[in-house]
Write a protein that binds this ligand. Structure first.
Ligand code: 0A1
Ligand code: ZN
Length: 861
């Protein structure tokens, strides 16, 4: 199979546009009829045919201006209509089969609920259309369906008319006044529990808020509704942005490929990101619900009012909206733990993607399957690029740039260049060099090195940027890197360089080498670079272990203090990995002990500092990795750390107990700290009682799960006992049971593949449900280091066998799950061969989806 990629530089405006579309759905599980009436206008070449996108449906009728039309060809990917007038009404009737739609794109059934997913190119599975984001039309949607089983029938915009028929069906007409691209269309029909609320906007307009959840789950939706109101208020306060329709609806569905979708006025959510209460959701779940609710809401301006010209510009809406949701979350909880969370995603997942064959700029140049580009690069690195602009422009400058962006582009489909140019209007900094971040892939390396000249008492700090070739680009250019930096003298006081700073604590690296000098201040100066993770780079420096501890003690930037401990752990683990754990001298252990001891009254930083870097993070700074040796080095180091400070850890564990549960920042930090400590203590025999007591006394899911994770670390017998109890309690709640699936799938045990087979046979497992598949297969492939990387290649084979099956029904999910197999670059050659062998098996499958083909063929190139 060879598939041709689409290229960004080949963008052409469409020959036609569609100003209005009226859709009429008659819902039926296997034969839903869709009548579409389009107002089409030529805007390009006079002779061009009208080429509509369409797939996976039956065409029943085509008419132009009320007359049957026959001058068309049907192709694999759509419909070509020849000799059409310059302006006309096109009527197209199609039929689709929602119950057979297991790919969950287009119109499908989720547990009896009709719902749609149209981003990126799902609308073409409903009707023939110009299914591209630069065609903006006004939508009117009529839905007819069975009154008894589908009491609720929703689409975008406002309901304007409804009625009943004599055959037991009813109908409703929705109208969306805002022209929109087809990817923002949505339809939902089913029977729900409903939560209703109102919100009064800054300008005094009262809006209806409606949340639809599975029957019996109403109470679990309350938190999401509150989160929505907080998001609305925040966007008014921080960006001056108000909601624009009279009604905002959110529907939670059980079968969903991704997190959620920002359809205009009618968000569709994976129920995992709506439902949360104390008993069933962890603090992390609450956090995710709030941030995804905010993310989708913020899209109403950054995505919907101003949308993307083409899919290569995806980061225009996603990078910006992730940045906005990150700022919101940070305001709702705590800046430090939020920043750490974001940086973990970058270091564990985005750096890995950029080091792999899937490396691409945040604005990709070439795409075979668009669904493959909803990536950590486009989203999270995209958000880091926006954040750097925020750093450079300052909060006020950034806001001015955003205002200008909306002033220029409201109602348009635009490009990343348009965004940068709006930002340019708000700053004197020339953003031309900076904008290379949009076109260059890969993680820059920044090295910090010191040289002291005693004769002139001058210390030179050399900051070097290096941009290495990636799989997709051999030529690289220097980037414009804002590096937050502070300098500590031996006594912990701050010192400043002779000159060369862009502003206090910020230096710009815009060439290969930047030097800062300190004259007359001696040689003992510790540079603390990459404060607040000011740029998405990999930092290396000449700091010694004791200087990392010095940084932890004296740096102003809280992120840098945390990072210093992470760098130190990384160094320690490297000594274990190299077979010389004795290099970690007493002074270092003691220093770590004192750092922890000194932070006891700050559970937030303490909890984060006691997390040893993940195996995946450790991989990003190493080559030719011996997986099991590195994994073992990490585990032995964690064990020794726990042992060395067990008395202190016990005290911290006891101090961080709260009486009654509340999801609020102080408690969340304290609970996290307690559970991180419990996982460390699980290295030691004394942990058994703590674990069992915490499990049996817990009144919330965070503590229950904390106990289970610790038990998984502690011993298999205890783990299995507690897991059985948990299963009894939650067996009828698949969303909660996903946690149980995930824990089983990440267990370090020699019979893991047999366990996975059992999990697949569990009554609650369903291959059709992406959440279940991610909980079992995804957890195994992404996080079960020992099992997935078994020396005989059995873990790789297991995943491959599974993907060959899953790809036939849900290529999108299959393509996400193949990621760990494509990231073989860091490992030793024999392991690379085993992984590539399985990738070849995939590529040999003649019926492989476009999705998997793109990733697998790149990984093997
Ligand atoms: N735009 C959504 C993400 C999304 C993308 C694709 C989907 O189906 C293929 C579904 C959702 C967001 O950023 O939240
Ligand atoms: Zn988004």
């Amino acid at each position: 199979m060879t598939l041709v990629a689409k290229r960004r530089e080949d963008y052409r405006a469409p020959e036609f546009t569609i100003t209005d579309i009226s859709l009429d759905f008659t819902l039926d599980p296997t034969a839903t009829k869709v009548v579409s009436e389009l107002q089409v206008k030529r805007q390009g070449n006079a002779n061009a045919p009208l080429e509509l996108d369409g797939e996976h449906m039956q065409l029943l009728e085509v008419a132009i201006d009320d007359l049957p039309f026959g001058d068309y060809q049907q192709t694999d990917s759509g419909l070509v209509l020849n000799n059409v007038p310059d302006a006309f009404t096109l009527r197209i009737v199609t039929q689709v089969n929602p119950s057979e739609n297991k790919a969950l794109e287009g119109l499908y059934l989720s547990n009896g609920v009709y719902c749609t997913q149209c981003e990126a190119e799902g609308f073409r599975r409903i009707t023939y259309y110009l299914d591209r984001p630069d065609v903006l039309a006004r939508f009117t949607v009529k839905i007819t369906g069975d009154k008894a089983s589908l009491p609720t029938m929703l689409a975008n915009g406002n309901p304007i008319e409804q009625g009943s028929n004599t055959d037991g069906t009813h109908w409703i007409l929705w109208q969306d006044p805002f022209p929109k691209p087809s990817y923002l269309f949505a339809l939902v029909a089913g029977s729900f529990d409903q939560l209703t609320d109102t919100f009064v906007t800054q300008s005094g307009k009262s809006l209806a808020l409606e949340l639809f959840v599975d029957k019996g789950k109403r109470q679990r939706g309350e938190f999401a509704l509150e989160a929505l109101k907080r998001s609305m208020r925040w966007d008014e306060e921080v960006f001056g942005l108000e909601y624009d329709l009279d009604i905002y609806m959110i529907v939670a569905v059980d079968f969903f490929n991704m997190g959620a979708m920002e359809n205009k006025g009618l968000n569709v959510f994976n129920s995992k990101f709506v439902l949360a209460d104390q008993a069933s959701a962890t603090d992390e779940d609450f956090f995710n619900v709030e941030s995804v609710i905010a993310h989708e809401y913020f899209h109403n301006w950054t995505g919907n009012r101003v949308t993307c010209r083409d899919w290569f510009q995806l980061s225009l809406k996603e990078g910006l909206t992730v940045f906005r949701d990150q700022q919101f979350s940070s305001d709702m909880s705590s800046p430090l733990s939020n920043r750490i969370k974001q940086v973990r995603v970058m270091r564990e997942h985005q750096f890995a993607e950029d080091a792999s064959a899937m490396s691409h700029p945040i604005r990709p140049d070439e795409v075979i399957e668009m669904n493959n580009f909803y990536t950590v690069t486009v989203y999270d690195k995209g958000a880091e690029v926006i954040r750097m602009m925020h750093t450079l422009l300052g909060a006020d400058g950034f806001r001015a740039g955003m205002d200008e962006y909306f002033r220029r582009h409201d109602g348009q489909a635009v490009t990343c260049d348009d965004f940068v140019s709006a930002m340019q209007s708000a700053t004197d900094i020339d953003l031309k060099h900076f904008s290379r971040w949009y076109s260059q892939s890969g993680t820059p390396r920044v090295e910090v090195k010191r040289a002291y000249d005693a004769a002139s008492d001058k210390l030179t700090v050399t900051l070097t940027q290096q941009n290495l070739a990636t799989a997709d680009q051999s030529e690289k250019q220097d980037l414009y890197i804002p590096l937050q930096i502070e300098f500590l003298a031996a006594d912990g006081q701050h010192v400043a360089p002779d000159s060369g700073m862009f502003r206090d604590n910020l230096v710009i690296l815009d060439k290969p080498v930047t030097e800062l000098t300190f004259t007359g201040k001696g040689s003992d100066i510790t540079p603390v670079a990459l404060g607040n993770f000011s740029a998405p780079v990999k930092l290396t420096s000449d700091l010694t272990p004791l200087e990392w501890l010095h940084t932890f003690r004296f740096a102003n930037d809280a992120f840098s203090r945390w990072d210093a401990i992470q760098q130190l752990y990384n160094w320690c683990i490297e000594q274990y990995y190299q077979g010389s754990p004795q290099q970690v001298e007493k002074a270092i252990w003691q220093g770590l002990y004192e750092a922890v001891e000194a932070s006891q009254d700050n559970p937030e930083i303490l909890g984060e500092c006691l997390v040893v870097p993940s195996f995946e993070t450790l991989c990003q700074t190493r080559e030719n990795i011996d997986v099991h040796a590195l994994n073992e080095a990490r585990q032995t180091f964690s064990h020794d750390l726990a042992e060395f400070m067990s008395d202190l850890l016990l005290v911290i564990y006891q101090t961080n107990q709260s009486d009654s549960y509340a999801y609020e920042p102080a408690q969340v930090s304290s609970r996290r700290c307690k559970n991180v400590v419990l996982t460390l203590l699980a290295e030691l025999p004394l942990a058994e009682t703590l674990i069992t007591n915490q499990f049996s006394g817990s009144d919330n899911m965070s503590d229950t799960l904390g106990a289970l994770k610790a038990a998984q670390q502690f011993d298999l017998v205890l783990f299995n006992n507690l897991m059985n109890e948990f299963e009894q309690r939650w067996r009828d709640d698949p969303l909660v049971l996903d946690k149980w699936f995930g824990l089983h799938a990440t267990c370090d045990r020699s019979d893991i593949l047999a366990q996975l087979t059992l999990l697949r046979q569990h009554p609650q497992f369903s291959q059709q449900n992406p959440n279940r598949v991610r909980a079992v297969i995804g957890s195994f492939a992404f996080y079960n280091t020992s099992g997935f990387h078994a020396d005989d290649g059995s873990g790789y084979r297991f995943l491959t066998d599974y993907l060959l099956e899953l790809d036939k029904t849900n290529p999108q999910v299959a393509s996400r799950l193949v990621t760990p197999l494509t990231q073989w670059q860091h490992f030793a050659p024999s392991r690379q061969a085993l992984m590539r062998q399985q990738l070849s098996r995939l590529l040999d499958d003649a019926s492989l989806s476009k999705d998997l083909y793109e990733k697998v063929s790149k990984a093997l190139a």
